[in-house]
Design a protein around this ligand. Structure first.
Ligand code: BTN
Length: 249
């Protein structure tokens, strides 16, 4: 693992990148723990399941957090829950603007039932060695309704909800401060540390939902979130514990 400076975080801003996640993954060896890659625009931003992420408008947040935890055995780290930790940090940041937010398992943040942000975690692993983690996030801060209408699911933006534009640099720092204030504790404790904050913001619990799980779509009642952050789904004839998937809106 590369050397780690004692710092809160270090933001590197680019006018334009293909994708902040791609840049961070390709350059992982030369990046440090807590380096933050921000692009004013992305040419080909991407999300989970290789979906495109609308990124041509500036004054929105397109960012990747580079993490290089120093541990002998990275299997002890709560890597599968990092996106959930970031989703809670984002909800708190949004809520500090007086806007209510909730989480659609596993890590989509919604406002008024519409998606306002997406999170994508990638890891660079070489055998038993963790080169680094790239935690990407896109937040709709300032978009026109016309832009939002182009998105393939109900979407909103902070400016639409607030009725005024949001300073993207200020928002970025607020979110990063919220993320890093408990980051070390989270890496040591895992999902348990955020369980109640996460669940209290979870939408769809107790409701009939559809979950795209790898190659199949399951239908059932969202029965809760377990100790590991997995979604519990009560189907007609079975109870499923889902670690990877997407709740369909
Ligand atoms: C999703 O909802 O599917 C996740 C979207 C993640 C988008 C962000 S924008 C910054 C970073 N760079 C990318 O190419 N993707 C992530």
């Amino acid at each position: 693992m590369g050397k780690c400076k004692m710092k809160q975080y270090d933001i590197k801003t680019f006018t334009e990148l293909n994708s902040t996640n791609l840049y961070a993954m390709v350059n992982i060896a030369n990046l440090c723990d807590r380096d933050i890659i921000v692009a004013e625009k992305q040419i080909s931003g991407y999300g989970r399941f290789k979906r495109a992420w609308l990124s041509e408008k500036s004054n929105n947040l397109y960012m990747s957090i580079v993490l290089k935890p120093e541990v002998e055995d990275f299997s002890v780290l709560p890597l599968a829950n990092l996106t959930q930790y970031l989703s809670v940090a984002l909800c708190k940041t949004i809520e500090s603007f007086g806007i209510e937010s909730c989480i659609k398992w596993p890590n989509d943040v919604l406002v008024n039932g519409k998606k306002i942000a997406g999170i994508l975690c990638q890891t660079s692993i070489n055998g038993n060695n963790l080169n680094g983690i790239v935690l990407g996030i896109g937040v709709n801060l300032n978009l026109e309704q016309d832009d939002l209408d182009k998105i393939d699911q109900p979407a909103t933006a902070m400016n639409i909800e607030l009725g005024t534009s949001v300073d993207y640099e200020k928002f970025t720092r607020m979110l990063l401060d919220e993320f890093f204030v408990r980051y070390n504790e989270f890496m040591a404790c895992g999902f348990e540390m955020i369980k109640s904050e996460y669940i209290s913001r979870c939408s769809f619990i107790g409701e009939m939902i559809q979950v795209k799980n790898l190659d199949k779509t399951l239908r059932g009642i969202a029965d809760g979130i377990d100790e590991a952050g997995a979604l519990l789904l009560k189907c007609d004839k079975s109870k499923e514990t889902i670690m990877i998937g997407d709740v369909l809106l």
